[in-house]
Design a protein around this ligand. Structure first.
Ligand code: ATP
Ligand code: MG
Length: 389
């Protein structure tokens, strides 16, 4: 037996060519997420996307579809012949399944096939009458604020009865918004920032700065585990660039004033990220920064750090509190990995009193002691690119 699933997508603001590209991409991504499921097929007709799977594989299909961005909601649908008795029988079965204990409900009909001999209100009324005839007093009509709506659709290509609606991840299909580079640490914030990029349809490659031997194999593995989780949301392998950052950190520590350590380190990170992004045709950088969270995230710090790049730096968590970010991390499955103990390159050579309001002029003067080009070239030469499934 097969189970048909109706996929709804947000089409607000989508027109003409854009809309077709959006739908094609969504169908491709659904196919990528589900094509190993038994009996799977997907097609789009008349502004709808339909998925079909073997009935036994329905829960597995729903779990996968809930991670595909661009899907707002989905419903398991019963397909019936063009016949009132069959529609009424299906309506009864769907209602009993969705509301086994009873409750208030409403029947709603949409009739696109105008050759069907009854109007939409007539169909709704006939189905409701038949239901009340069969059901006990635990069921009642609720026309104003129904907790449950039974939907009937009479369309040229088929006739459908459904009720249950499962929420999707929303957003836009991954890949329809170009590609960006995510600065991915092992912390809580940056994986959430990456997820938010994906949610808006932007594909992501990760850049991780790694200070071996100060930060060990385990902290690298942790970032790879986070990349694996993001690959699941991306619906495609995740490219991770691991940049060897040790020499840069040592040079800053050795030649520059301690309180500017973080500012200068982060300026180097942005320089490297911009170059790697450009080499890989990424159009923007994403970070997990949020105003005021730490010394390097004051407006003064961010503006001095940002000065080294002309690329757009997108910070989707900018206005969020840590609690809100943690709630998303839990929801998307990165939290448990992010809180594992680890050393980040940011936590070594940590100044006792980091400069909270650095000045650009001072930062530039201190950088005179560094051979920036040579340091960048060496770090780039040692960058390792991994593909994480
Ligand atoms: P996170 O939880 O994402 O690590 P954080 O609150 O610890 O964030 P910072 O350490 O100041 O904040 O880092 C701010 C942002 O800089 C991170 O969200 C991330 O985008 C980037 N970043 C920090 N460390 C690294 C790193 N080792 N590799 C790549 N990006 C990094
Ligand atoms: Mg961090």
């Amino acid at each position: 037996m097969k189970q048909l699933i109706l996929i709804r997508y947000g089409e607000l603001g989508l027109k003409g060519k854009n809309k077709n590209k959006f739908i094609e991409r969504l169908v491709e991504n659904i196919d990528g997420a589900c094509n190993d499921i038994a009996g799977f097929s997907v097609r789009s007709t008349w502004g709808r996307i339909w998925v079909e799977v073997d009935a036994a594989a329905y829960p597995q299909a729903v779990a996968r579809l809930r991670r595909v961005f661009g899907i707002y909601s989905l419903s398991p649908v019963v397909s019936v012949p063009r016949d009132m008795q069959a529609i009424q029988q299906a309506a009864y079965e769907v209602l009993r399944k969705c509301l086994p204990q009873g409750g208030g409900f409403k029947v709603e009909t949409r009739r696109a096939d105008k050759t069907f001999p009854m109007t939409s209100p007539e169909i709704s009324r006939a189905v409701a009458n038949d239901l009340f005839h069969r059901l006990d007093d635990n069921y009642w009509a609720d026309m104003h604020d129904p907790p449950f709506t039974l939907q009937i659709e009479i369309r040229g290509e088929g006739n459908f009865v459904y009720g249950e609606t499962v929420h999707g991840a929303g957003g836009l299909p991954v890949g329809c918004g170009g590609k960006a580079a995510l600065m991915l640490s092992g912390g809580i914030d940056s994986p959430v920032a990456g997820w938010m990029a994906l949610k808006r349809g932007v594909s992501v490659e990760g850049i991780h700065f790694y200070s071996f031997p100060f930060t060990g194999e385990q902290s690298k593995q942790k970032v790879m585990d986070l990349a694996h989780i993001l690959a699941g949301w991306q619906g495609a392998p995740f490219t991770l660039h691991v940049v060897h950052f040790t020499e840069i950190q040592k040079a800053i520590h050795q030649f520059c004033r301690e309180d500017y350590g973080i500012t200068l380190m982060r300026r180097m990170m942005f320089r490297l990220a911009e170059r790697i992004a450009k080499q890989n045709r990424c159009l923007a950088l994403y970070t997990g920064e949020s105003v005021g969270q730490v010394a390097s995230q004051t407006l003064e710090s961010m503006s001095v750090i940002n000065e080294v790049t002309n690329m757009p730096v997108l910070r989707p968590l900018i206005g969020m509190d840590k609690e809100e970010i943690m709630a998303i991390a839990k929801k998307i499955g990165t939290y448990d990995t992010s809180i594992l103990p680890y050393e980040d390159c940011c936590t070594i050579f940590l100044p006792k009193y980091p400069k909270i309001r650095p000045r650009l002029q001072e930062a530039k003067e201190m950088e005179q002691a560094l051979d920036i080009e040579a340091l960048l070239a060496e770090a780039l030469a040692k960058t390792e690119t991994l593909t994480i499934e």
